[in-house]
Design a protein around this ligand. Structure first.
Ligand code: ADP
Ligand code: MG
Length: 253
């Protein structure tokens, strides 16, 4: 088995020919715990969606050494529909699709595992509640329980702690650390640098282009953070001249 589970080769991803992720190269080692950091609009979510195969590269490539089924993905909260009328237990059971098939019968063993996953995330007794009636923190616990059931080898989390209470955040960080000690590969988009420095050995800092990627302490040096901010300020200035009627005329950068 090779050491890397994901390799980005000169990866560029664009919306309407505007690059959101630009010429990124590097790799994620099996069993590593990596934070993705960067200003708003830096391309962090775009990068995760491209790794998951939801977006196609405009240039370059993403290579995996594992299959799609080995990947677990938690999108940013804004992309998740919580009005779907489904119970907590059934939501967690969606993580078992790999065993049961999309329309297959759910095995008794899976229901038992789903109950255990709910216990692990501190939601014992919540099985029959509807997801629409949960707090943001409780719902995030449900989604982590689903990831536990899925038993993925690589787990991608997009801002898992944004708008989540401190207690839930602490509990869910423990689950991430547990995944890491199991030998799973975890990648998480995070905003809190203290959290990143305390728990994530590797960091990828992005501002459309790669700013730094490596050991967290070096990747998040004050020089690199200033550089990321300066790059983001440049987009804000560009935005002035980027009127809708000009958008289509602008050449891809
Ligand atoms: P981040 O997650 O780092 O905040 P995103 O990856 O969501 O950044 O977005 C990167 C850039 O791409 C932003 O300028 C954003 O406005 C733009 N973008 C994101 N999604 C779309 C989309 N579906 N269509 C057009 N532009 C998009
Ligand atoms: Mg995002």
């Amino acid at each position: 088995m090779t050491k890397n589970v994901i390799t980005l080769r000169n990866l560029t991803v664009a919306y309407d020919r505007h690059p959101a992720v630009h010429h990124i190269s590097g790799s994620i080692e099996r069993g590593s715990l990596t934070a993705i950091a960067g200003p708003n609009g830096a391309g962090k979510s775009t990068l995760l969606k491209t790794i998951m195969g939801e977006l196609r590269p405009a240039e370059g490539s993403v290579e995996h050494t594992l299959s799609r089924a080995d990947f677990g993905y938690l999108p940013q909260a804004a992309d998740i529909n919580r009005r779907f009328p489904i119970t907590v237990l059934d939501t967690v059971l969606l993580g078992a699709w790999r065993n049961s098939g999309a329309f297959g019968r759910v095995a008794k063993a899976d229901i038992e595992r789903a109950r255990m996953a709910l216990q692990t995330v501190g939601l014992d007794g919540f099985e029959k509640r509807h997801i629409g009636a949960l707090s943001a923190g409780q719902f995030q616990r449900v989604l982590f329980a689903r990831l536990l059931l899925q038993d993925a080898k690589v787990i991608l989390l997009d801002e898992p702690f944004t708008a989540i209470d401190a207690r839930t955040t602490r509990d869910l960080i423990d689950i991430i650390l547990g995944w890491h000690s199991d030998g799973r590969t975890v990648i998480a988009v995070l905003h809190d640098f203290d959290q990143v420095r305390s728990h994530f050995p590797q960091t990828l800092l992005i501002a459309r282009e790669l700013v730094s990627w490596g050991k967290t302490e070096e990747a998040l040096s004050s020089d690199n953070l200033l550089k990321a901010r300066a790059m983001a300020e440049r987009w804000d200035e560009d935005a002035e001249v980027c009127k809708p009627e000009n958008l289509l005329k602008r050449p891809a950068a």
